[in-house]
Design a protein around this ligand. Sequence first.
Ligand SMILES: *Cc1c(COP(=O)(O)O)cnc(C)c1O
Length: 333
Amino acid sequence: MTFARADLVSAATPIEPLPNLSALLGIDLHIKRDDLAGTTMGGNKSRQLEYYLGAAQQKNAQTVLITGAVQSNFVRTAAASAAKLGMKTIVQLEARVPDVDALYGSNGNVLLSRLLGVEVMHYPVGEDEAGADAALRARAEAEEAAGRTPYVIPLALGNPPLGALGYMRAAEEVIHQDPDFDVVVIASGSGLTHAGMLAGLRNAGHSVRVIGSCVRRDAEQQRHRIATVLEALSRLLGSPVPVSHDDIDIWDGALSPGYGRLGPQAAQAMAMMARSEGIVLDPVYTAKVFAAVPAMVKSGEIAAGARVLFVHTGGLASLFAYQSALENAFPHG
Ligand SMILES: *Cc1c(COP(=O)(O)O)cnc(C)c1O
């Protein structure tokens, strides 16, 4: 089966060695620079959007509608990518993170979306995927009534996981670049990135261990979510992806204190990566994801000397909206 794809990630993202962290941790660590994928500060959503916006183009859509957290990278990347393809974007921002300050609501991704000229709606609940989708579909109907063709990028489970196709493609890219990793460490949020990478590797017959590191839900909830996404992916592809339930490997040790909030383990991981390798992680996703690596080396779950690939999924645009959390975590030394 083939799917329409918009060309948003024009070249393979680099895999680079991290020699200083490798020496520090006693493993052979590499980084996949998906923070460089796509336009306007890029990230993993560029790969997912190749398939959503490909479908939108096939439908001759004029307006793209998308929902996400206030500091959503998906929303910002969709707005930038849609602009490039000549489509207008309507975004819906959900109140997912408690106790936020003024910068959270105005800087980072919010500022970039403003610059990109999107229409903004607000949704007052952060944990109501079906409700958020319904509000977006209602706005899409209004577009249709006004004579424009809309395309909705849905959020909830139960929709075809087109975004996972982007990470099946990324899996092929990794195998082509370097097929000899023992472990891949990757973000597990909506699950499209994690499920896509896992399915892509297994489809290609590759048995590298894939650890999904939680950014939004705990390990038990996330394991169910990934299983559900994999089932939906099998339906979308028209053939079962060869992933057993035991193959869904989840770590949630840095999730606390919850989605969109920086805890001490994630802050430590950010400092480690920045100060050893000069690479900045973001406080919402990649800091929590990378925290799995030192923690699992310490616990012995990642063996000494293992070849480990950490996938940097981007998210840097939100850094400046998290100024106060970052200042608290990193006092002037
Ligand atoms: C959205 C996002 C993730 C999580 O990806 P999912 O496909 O939703 O699991 C990870 N990192 C960054 C930077 C993101 O924006």
